[in-house]
Design a protein around this ligand. Structure first.
Ligand code: IMP
Ligand code: MG
Length: 188
């Protein structure tokens, strides 16, 4: 039976149980990959917070956590993908095994910028873990090492993802009823 959802939402794509199960699996993958090391999770505010905290509980090697915030906007010609750091990390990452944790990778422009920026700070290793991946809209090719779910070309909310700052607290992921095709968040 499908779960009842708030009026603005169309349908649930991933239930709380499916998300919990998948995060356990990805956490186990990361545990194996980082055996004998400490992994530093870097979350991108605010969307990745829900995912990062759940993921961290399922990683069984020592974990450190730091956050950064970005703002993205269009350039003068309306092209998307101009990104800057609005809040930087609290600590340096030189020599660290860094795992960048994202909520969703769409065009890949944000990820490309973040990887370039973080790589310039000389971490020992740098990998990417995303909760959702929408490969169909990729513009910038960027490596994704761990992903929980591939999603269709629909705007989604919940489990950290927002529409106008709403819906982040949903325990599931759902598609919006009305596609915000001109949303500055996604198609600037
Ligand atoms: P991109 O990969 O640079 O295009 O940007 C990804 C960012 O756009 C994400 O970190 C989100 O903040 C936002 N975004 C993309 N798709 C969605 C969506 O379906 N729901 C909510 N936010 C989204
Ligand atoms: Mg994001």
């Amino acid at each position: 039976m499908s779960q009842p959802v708030p009026a603005g939402l169309e349908k649930v794509l991933f239930t709380e149980e499916e998300i919990a199960q998948r995060i356990r699996e990805v956490g186990a993958e990361i545990t194996r990959a980082y055996a004998g090391r400490t992994v530093k999770l870097i979350g991108v505010l605010k969307g990745s917070v829900f995912f990062l905290t759940e993921l961290a509980r399922h990683i069984e090697v020592p974990v450190k956590i730091d956050f950064l915030a970005i703002s993205s906007f269009s350039n003068k010609n309306g092209a998307p993908g101009v990104v800057r750091i609005a809040k930087d990390l609290d600590e340096g990452i030189e020599g660290d095994d860094v795992l960048l944790v994202e909520d969703v990778i769409d065009t890949g422009l944000t990820l490309r910028y973040l990887l370039q920026t973080l790589a310039s700070r000389a971490p020992n290793s740098l990998a990417v873990c995303t909760f959702l991946d929408r490969t169909s809209r990729r513009i910038a090719q960027a490596p994704v090492d761990y992903r929980c779910f591939e999603i269709p070309d629909r705007f989604v909310v919940g489990f950290g993802l927002d529409y106008n700052q709403l819906y982040r607290n949903l325990s599931y992921v759902a598609a919006l009823k009305v596609e915000p095709s001109l949303s500055a968040q996604r198609r600037p």
